[in-house]
Ligand binder design. Sequence first.
Ligand code: URA
Ligand code: SF4
Length: 226
Amino acid sequence: APGAQQFIPPQADTIDELRAAATGCQGCELYRDASQTVFGRGDESARLVLVGEQPGDMEDQKGLPFVGPAGRLLRRAVDDAGIDPGHLYLTNAVKHFRFELRGKRRIHQTPDRVHITACRPWLVAEFARLHPEVVVVLGATAAKALLGPAFRVTRQRGELLPWPASAQHPEDFTRVPVDNAGRVVDAPAARLLATIHPSAVLRADDQDKAYEGLVADLTVVARALA
Ligand code: URA
Ligand code: SF4
């Protein structure tokens, strides 16, 4: 797969310009079956950036991230944690909906490593234009995109980690130092916290307990931002 890099205009200064360019991305095969690119949205000067997996069915139809059931749950958790919902930026590791057709139903499929890698230039380009103090990684896919394949959310969830960290992985996932125009990511002292994905809460046997865990992790973030 050629990846997203060639679709990113080096002269794009703003998230809006990136979003416009991303509508035409064909960096991997996911653009073919999905309805549209779902780019990040929110406050470009946000102190908090949350990174999910990929758009779901509803997001694919509306063209906006986190507008479906998982998004609703996430917004409730953010609110319950005491985080100001007006000052967030929300995005995903992969910008097209990956699904399998079963009859008329579109069933979510987790993106593969190739999709994460192909789409990662958009995420890097977003971070080059954002200035978060805290980055929240929601689930394994976002963790793979930002921290590499060895990171285990289950082992390190709820911990505030330094980010971008120094390189620990041969593929250098842990550093997001420059975008394709050579701009250094302006987040030298940011921190990162990994937690479960809101969809995992919806799938959990004990939803209340899973939800409480998500809120507890986000409360750590709220305190860090206070
Ligand atoms: N799940 C995600 O990871 N992102 C969305 O935008 C919606 C659901
Ligand atoms: Fe491009 Fe990402 Fe969509 Fe693949 S998933 S086509 S890399 S925007």
